[in-house]
Design a protein around this ligand. Structure first.
Ligand SMILES: [Zn+2]
Ligand SMILES: [Zn+2]
Length: 392
């Protein structure tokens, strides 16, 4: 019965929510600067009867709450940051709108006849700033029984492995000089940076297949006739677990140190964002979502835990709270995230339709978690006895 009611509510919100998603898509905002999106969601939640509170020190985060405040406390997580230059090329407009739709549909369908709490947690800065990790540290997730979200992709799968990731800033300090007049006086921070990248390529063959090392030079000097006295790169180090990442970070640091010694410069290597953790998907919850997606005609594939993957700060949440991060097909197979093609897909009619089906599935799963104590116990049992998903 509740399922029918959720279906009808989501259907009735279709036009509004498609417009909501497309509006976010037209207003891409960088990590931790998502003021437009956060305000838009807060306003909508308040209109709907959720109480909305701030997260200390994070102006674009928020927590919407409906219900008694007591357990079970089921949270829908909303991401809404975009990427530099290419906008919503990760499709977070869909995550945000789909999660919001699910929360509203569940709230309306369930009415006041339940013990528990529906939470909508605004989680800014997924693209590197680790908003969820900061929120974990601030206690935003304390007492949450399950965290539900999804991510757009090129196929629909209930779960997938994800790597742990360190975000590094690599800086070299040299000595400026006229590049032709008195280069012997200079110490070249760009030469150091190039040595560093070459040293990393020497390392690359001898790291685990599942690890990834990649970065860009963000400051390569100011003029060709000045010996650069400062250069910077941002660099990501990925591996299966946080421990493996930290071991690899030491080897990356050695590459930077050797480059600095060779060029007479000085290097600094620091983490410029929180460490993203490996992902522990709750298969019990994710399988329930998959069932509801299939009931709506969506082809859910069996996940193949192979090959390269990204990372997300949901990993850190998933090690503490039963969490899901299923993928929803919005683009033709093979369309990679963080591309112009994926950005266009995130605004397509097909994507909005799929988002609404996911919203319905998440809302129904949320209802099960709130109302079916046996199901919630199974979820917690799995959480207590399982570990992260790793590639086979
Ligand atoms: Zn994303
Ligand atoms: Zn992304």
């Amino acid at each position: 019965m509740l399922g029918n009611s959720i279906h009808n509510i989501v259907s009735s919100m279709k036009g509004e929510m498609i417009e909501f998603s497309l509006d976010l898509h037209k207003h891409p905002e960088l990590s931790m600067e998502e003021f437009y999106a956060a305000e838009k969601v807060r306003t909508r939640l308040t209109e709907e009867g959720f109480s909305v509170s701030d997260v200390d020190g994070m102006p674009t985060a928020f927590v919407g709450s409906y219900g008694s405040g007591e357990a079970p406390r089921i949270a829908f997580l909303l991401e809404y940051d975009a990427l530099p230059e290419i906008g919503h090329a990760c499709g977070h407009n869909l995550i945000c709108t789909g999660g919001l739709t699910a929360a509203i549909a569940l709230k309306r369908a369930i009415g006041t006849k339940f013990d528990g709490t529906i939470l909508v947690i605004g989680t800014p800065g997924e693209e590197g700033a680790g908003g969820k990790i900061l929120e974990l540290e601030k206690g935003v997730f304390d007492g949450v029984d399950a965290a539900l979200m999804f991510h757009p992709g090129d196929r629909t799968i209930p779960w997938r492995h994800a790597t742990a990731t360190a975000h590094l800033s690599i800086q070299f300090y040299g000595k400026a000089a006229h590049a032709a007049g008195n280069p012997q006086e200079g110490r070249n921070a760009l030469a150091a940076m190039i040595q560093f990248f070459v040293a990393i390529d020497g390392l690359r063959q001898h790291i685990p297949e599942s690890a990834r090392l990649h970065g860009i030079i963000t400051n390569g000097g100011a003029a060709p006739n000045v010996v650069p006295d400062y250069t910077e790169a941002v660099y990501l180090v990925r591996a299966l677990t946080r421990e493996a990442v930290l071991e690899l970070v030491e080897r990356v640091k050695a590459c930077a140190t050797s480059a600095a010694i060779a060029t007479g410069t000085r290097c600094e290597v620091e983490h410029n964002g929180p460490l993203y953790a490996e992902r522990k998907n709750n298969h019990t919850i994710a399988s329930r979502v998959a069932t509801y997606l299939e009931e709506q005609g969506i082809d859910v594939e069996v996940p193949v835990l192979k090959g390269g993957t990204g990372s997300s700060d949901i990993g850190n949440v998933s090690l503490v709270i039963p969490s899901i991060h299923p993928y929803l097909k919005i683009a033709p197979r093979g369309t990679g995230g963080h591309t112009n093609e994926f950005r266009e897909a995130a605004a397509s009619t097909e994507a909005q339709e799929a988002m609404l089906k996911m919203a319905e599935s998440l809302a129904r799963t949320g209802a099960d978690l709130l109302l079916d104590a046996t199901f919630l116990a199974e979820v917690k049992e799995e959480f207590a006895t399982s570990g992260p998903d790793f590639p086979v």
